[in-house]
Design a protein around this ligand. Structure first.
Ligand code: FAD
Ligand code: MLT
Ligand code: ZN
Length: 507
């Protein structure tokens, strides 16, 4: 036993080098590098650089250097937009030889600062890799370039009566490679499970430039270690995903949704239990929005699902979606549910509005999906994407609000609102603190407070958005020392020079 311990200690010294010290050994891109990249890439427009040989205007690089929230800003001089896996491979090989850091970038919709450089790493954008490689309408297996936008894949499979197994508010911009790299959850996870289940295979360019071809289309493959799982949720720290094979489910024949107004948060849990029991196999989403989040969505034009009278006295709202095989059957079940909820002796809901047509169906979803956009219009968001027991959702929001109040920060001038929304079915609460500006005072009031709160419930500091640059220091609240040490060993084996998305996920 003790020999084994010594052995692993030695190995950690050999393999585990702190990412931050490696990051400081990385080199900036030179004009000579840019000239080399121009030779590798087939099209001149695939290289953007403010260095002399290309002289792109710095403003053109802004959209790649700045994140969606306006919270993280990189200083990259050079953005590369390869068109093929071979081009990606050659870029990565060069960067590895020259010790240049690389930030893989998809749609740049990530919410944890993972998709922009911390310094002046090269940004490798997948946005020119947009070919669907194959689709089998019998099995529903789609093989595609990593740069395809989620919405365009949804549109691609729709005429074949299939849907993508995931859906999220950023679908018009995020890419399937980014989705896989963040292990995005979203609005369909309750029904179709996580990407760890629906992704069948990946093609990945490893940090030494070699191509790992695991782009299998097999549903079953038990031939040893399932390496692709390591890249799902790795946030670009282990390699660059260039191709994805994914199982798409058949499109439901009928979908309905309903928004329910609840007088008290305490009713959410019993409501979920009732809804699950009554709708059983046709339940496909159960999403939660607290009153402040709802009001914000309405204020910023994301739609209005209920009238003034209907929202009166409501503490929170739940959006329920059904997806099934026969419209009449599903509608009957949903109507029975609504009736029994409204006629109960002690009703769990104040009221409910059932979408009557596809336009209303979409507008109910737009309201839920629009919360993120509304938050960003209201101010600067501190976004905590946590897994905690469902019964503690409200407590987490209330305690955070109290904390800010006790520090004198909840005064409209600094913090404007504290809201909660999210995926009840997945135990995932989005706790958002909306401020006028990002300030160290607010940050210090929130951290480690929120992370300690999550740890006290044995929760996760990241349910679906990832760690990125935002939570590297908080990883230990959800992962023990042994797990983090093994994560570092894995990182060091794949990327001994620390070029791949430096400073993300692991400190
Ligand atoms: P990016 O933001 O470009 O990158 C995200 C991370 O993945 C970075 O670390 C990046 O380096 C890495 N990466 C990107 N592409 C690759 C690649 N090909 N190979 C290797 N690494 C790569 N997330 C959810 O989980 N659920 C939601 O419901 C949800 N809703 C959202 C709604 C809105 C309005 C917004 C703005 C964001 C939302 N997000 C959600 C967060 C975000 O959209 C997802 O994390 C998404 O999967 C990121 O995809 P992307 O292509 O934009 O990746
Ligand atoms: C959502 O569920 O709306 C997304 O994860 C985005 C967010 O947290 O705002
Ligand atoms: Zn979410």
């Amino acid at each position: 036993m003790s020999r084994l311990w010594h052995w692993s200690r030695r190995c950690s010294r050999i393999f585990t080098r702190p990412n931050s010290s490696l990051a400081s050994q990385l080199n900036s891109v030179t004009d000579a590098d840019v000239l080399h990249f121009s030779k590798i890439l087939s099209s001149p427009s695939s290289v953007l650089s403010i260095l002399p040989s290309i002289s792109t205007s710095p403003e053109e690089l802004d959209i790649y250097n700045n994140d969606w929230m306006g919270k993280y800003f990189g200083k990259s001089t050079t953005v590369l937009k390869p068109k093929t896996t071979e081009e990606v491979s050659q870029i990565v090989k060069w960067c590895n030889d020259k010790r240049i850091g690389i930030v893989p970038q998809g749609g740049n919709t990530g919410l944890v600062g993972g998709s922009v450089p911390l310094r002046d790493e090269v940004i490798l954008s997948l946005s020119n890799m947009t070919q669907v490689r194959s689709f089998d309408p019998i099995s529903g297996i789609l093989v595609t370039d990593a740069g395809c936008i989620l919405q365009s894949l949804t549109d691609y499979v729709a005429p074949h009566n299939h849907i993508m197994p995931l859906d999220l508010g950023a679908k018009g911009s995020c890419q399937i490679g980014g989705n896989v790299s963040t292990n995005a959850g979203g609005l369909r996870l309750l029904r179709y499970g996580s990407l760890h289940g629906s992704v069948l295979g990946l093609e990945v360019v490893l940090p030494d430039g070699s191509i790992l071809d695991q782009l299998t289309t097999l549903r079953k493959d038990n031939t040893g270690y399932d390496l692709k799982q390591l890249f799902i949720g790795a946030e670009g720290t282990l390699g660059i995903i260039t191709g994805v094979s994914i199982l798409t489910p058949p499109a439901p024949q009928a979908s309905n949704n309903v928004i329910l107004a609840l007088p008290r948060f305490e009713n959410v849990l019993p409501l979920y239990k009732t809804v699950k029991r009554q709708l059983s196999e046709i339940l496909s989403a159960f999403e939660f929005i607290d009153r402040t989040a709802y009001d914000l969505a309405v204020k910023h034009g994301q739609g209005r699902a209920l009238s003034e009278e209907e929202v009166e006295g409501a503490e929170c709202f739940v959006l329920v979606e059904t997806s099934g095989g026969r419209r009449e059957h599903d509608e009957e079940k949903l109507n029975d549910l609504l009736e029994s909820l409204l006629e109960a002796e002690e009703p769990l809901i104040n009221t409910g509005v059932l979408a009557q047509n596809p336009a209303q169906f979409s507008s109910l979803w737009a309201l839920r999906e629009g919360v993120t956009e509304a938050v960003s219009k209201e101010g600067k968001a501190y976004k905590y994407d946590i897994s905690v027991p469902l019964s503690t959702f409200k407590e987490c929001v209330d305690l955070t609000r109290e904390r800010l109040r006790s520090k004198g920060l909840l005064n409209g001038d600094q913090v404007k609102a504290v809201i909660g929304y999210g995926h009840v079915g997945d135990g995932n609460l989005h706790l958002n603190v909306i401020a006028k500006a990002y300030t160290p005072e607010i940050q210090d009031a929130l951290e480690p407070f929120v992370f300690e709160l999550v740890a006290s419930h044995r929760g996760s500091v990241s349910a679906e958005h990832g760690i990125g640059a935002m939570k590297t220091h908080a990883l230990h609240y959800s992962k023990d020392e042994t797990s983090i040490a093994w994560m570092k060993k894995i990182k060091a084996i794949f990327d001994p020079n620390g070029i791949m998305n430096p400073g993300k996920v692991l400190e």
